[in-house]
Design a protein around this ligand. Structure first.
Ligand SMILES: Nc1nc2c(ncn2[C@@H]2O[C@H](COP(=O)(O)OP(=O)(O)OP(=O)(O)O)[C@@H](O)[C@H]2O)c(=O)[nH]1
Ligand SMILES: [Mg+2]
Length: 226
């Protein structure tokens, strides 16, 4: 047991070093980096397809997507016009900072303004692994149930933004939005909670505005060249 804890601690320490290097390099280029986390099928790739449709021609947006198998998500994203690279984790239930470094190397120029990392579908494992991101975004679809924030407190307390997805399905499911907002806020009082449907486009404007705001802040903080 003690040995297991020591190994996990060492893995997280190694990851932290790689994440710090990535964060420094993204700070220098002013690239806004988002780590998108949800259970399988909550709508991560669909949200990115819609984000690409809204922003793809005005912003240099790219995606790294992690899965244990197949290139399906990267194929979907590329078909929608977004530059995307697939990372296959070889069975691991989360991405780590070294994988991001490896996949991002050689992305080339012009530099990306926004890099979204779509993590492996899972609400637990990706939570502890820093990828050098500016912030984590947790997605929760209305089809999954409104009890999830307190059941998975790790991700909902660490995510700066929680996006409730698939709101077009609300007439067909039992889902108390107020409960979700209250639980998220009690875990993370500073969190922003958005509601949207990538299918109908309802609520997408607030998501796009949030990306633009965070990108402007990131760009303004780029260290001046010496
Ligand atoms: N009705 C509705 N369906 C949606 C919406 N967003 C996604 N879906 C559907 O939900 C399913 C899963 O969506 P994905 O975007 O593949 O979900 P994901 O989180 O990327 O899934 P993994 O990468 O496998 O974890 C697909 O059938 C989508 O068409 C939405 O806003 N409304
Ligand atoms: Mg996906």
């Amino acid at each position: 047991m003690t040995k297991q804890i020591e190994v996990k601690k060492r893995i997280l320490e190694e990851n932290e070093k790689a994440a710090t290097r990535l964060r420094q390099s993204f700070r220098e280029t002013g690239t806004l980096v988002i780590n998108l986390i949800s259970s399988p099928g909550a709508g991560k790739t669909t949200l990115l397809e819609s984000t690409g449709a809204a922003l793809g021609t005005t912003r240099r947006l790219g995606v790294l997507v992690g899965d244990i198998a197949t290139e399906r998500d990267a194929d979907r994203l590329r078909q929608s016009g977004l530059p995307a690279r697939q990372i296959l984790t070889g069975g691991s239930c989360h991405l780590d900072a070294r994988q991001i470094d490896g996949a991002f190397t050689g992305w080339g120029s012009p530099k990306l303004e926004i890099l979204v990392i779509e993590n492996v579908g899972n609400l637990i494992c990706p939570t502890s692994f820093d990828l050098g991101e500016d912030f984590k975004v947790a997605l929760l679809s209305v089809a999954e149930g409104d009890d999830k924030p307190f059941k998975y407190p790790g991700i909902f307390s660490r995510a700066a933004v929680t996006v409730v997805t698939k709101t077009d399905l609300l007439p067909h499911v039992t889902f108390n939005m107020t409960r979700v907002r209250d639980e998220v806020r009690s875990l993370n009082p500073a969190a922003t909670v958005l509601e949207l449907s990538a299918r109908t486009g309802q609520g997408m404007d607030r998501w796009i505005a949030l990306l633009e705001e965070r990108l402007a802040a990131k760009t303004a903080a780029v260290p001046a060249a010496r």
